[in-house]
Write a protein that binds this ligand. Sequence first.
Ligand code: PMP
Length: 398
Amino acid sequence: MSLNFADRLNNVETSAIRELFKLLGKPGIISFAGGFPDSAMFDVDGIRIAANAALTKEPGAALQYGATEGYGPLREQIASFMQKKGTQDLAPDQLIVTTGSQQALDLLGKTMISPGDKVIVEGPTFLATIQCFRLYGAELISAPVDGEGVKTDELERLIEEHRPKFVYLIPTFGNPSGALLSEERRRAVLAMAVKHQTLIVEDDPYGDLYFGEAPPPSLLALSAQVPGSRDLLVHCGSLSKVLSPGLRVGWMVGPPELLAKATMCKQFSDAHTSTFAQATAAQYLIDGRMPGTLAKVRKVYAERAAAMGDALRRELGDAIEFVQPQGGLFIWARLTGFNGMLSDGAEFARRAIENNVAFVPGAPFYANNPDFSTLRLSFATVGIDKIEEGIARLGASL
Ligand code: PMP
């Protein structure tokens, strides 16, 4: 018997990247394909201490059902974490805890998208967002990105033309673009939210992973300076990339009526994010270990990003171009096709796998009009020696 699945599944295909990942089990492969942090960075001792404290101090709260909006002490700690990063006026009840920021994106889809609604995303953008919004029937429109993030003049033109339900941006070290939206463009985005009364979603799992200077303030922080913009802004945050994705702790800040609907939908979805994970995360933040952890991961990823950038320039030269990222986990590059050299990212990925090195071709990250010459390389999970060896193998795969 063939199962009669819901029509909404017709809008979504399994990702090409998933197919590629099946090949990664090959022995000896050096992989720049992953999208996750390095497990060796996890502060295991700190998390163990926090988990013990959570069980000792509040076993009832840590192991019982909890409020859908999130565990009170964690909401307080997240608000204080965000206040220190520039959103001084954020109160704990202005955010809800989500099961990773991925759930915040799903709740946005559930609460905001009716079939046929238009949503503007960056081209390229986070693949799971494309899949998730399409599942709810969104028609996605891509706004182009350059080294400074989304091109705001183009974005405004698209907003005027399509009147989208909302605009989804990853302004800080985007996945996959690695791009950092300049402060001027951030202000322009907030101004156009107000001018066109358009909801803006800021997805920000990477903002803390900067290598040198701190990035410009988040859209959420800047919204305090642009009257009317806070009411049109949703901000998604996460502990995944800085502490541990396995904890599945994320959060969403947004207009109260949107948070109320999202909370209602979350009730049907998972009732609440794991109380044990929330109590552990709250205790970890209370223990004051986050600044030390952030300093460590920033340093390691900065060294790896620099090593990968140098190796790419050395081994691939004119064959590729990229903007050296100032934070995050990724280098986003384009094959130039210079002197008749290879210009197809998927073909390059196939040849690379034969040479025991993997990365992700860039085309699937576009909701429409893919640039087939692009690729995403993660420098996060591989030590410097292996980065050099892997990039040399890439050079030999051209
Ligand atoms: N948004 C972006 C841009 C991401 O890259 C990711 C993780 N790859 C997520 C959201 C989801 O992360 P999590 O659910 O672990 O918070």
